[in-house]
Design a protein. Structure first.
Length: 94
């Protein structure tokens, strides 16, 4: 059974106490830091955005990165699987 702990993260100078599994605490901190960094960049780039719009744009940006990385990962797995099949076939011929 996984132990859970309350973890405090900072986003835009506000603290949030979130319950998470012990082993995910570092990942939660990294995710909060990435969100915060992206949010600051979006607010600096687009001065007219309100808090909600900046948060939405930051979330969309991070989600886009995730989708691109997942597609790249899937493509790499397919290429690796094909490579292994080709290697097996080459070994079978010898």
């Amino acid at each position: 059974m996984t132990n859970t702990t309350f973890c405090t993260i900072q986003i835009q100078n506000k603290s949030y106490k979130i319950k998470c599994p012990d082993e995910e605490m570092d990942n939660l901190h990294l995710a909060a830091q990435k969100l915060n960094d992206t949010l600051v960049k979006k607010k600096n780039k687009f001065k007219r955005l309100d808090e909600y719009q900046a948060l939405l744009l930051a979330a969309l940006h991070i989600t886009h990165e995730l989708v691109v990385n997942q597609r790249q990962h899937t493509q790499q797995r397919q290429e690796f699987t094909q490579f292994l099949k080709t290697l097996d076939e080459t070994q079978a011929v010898k």
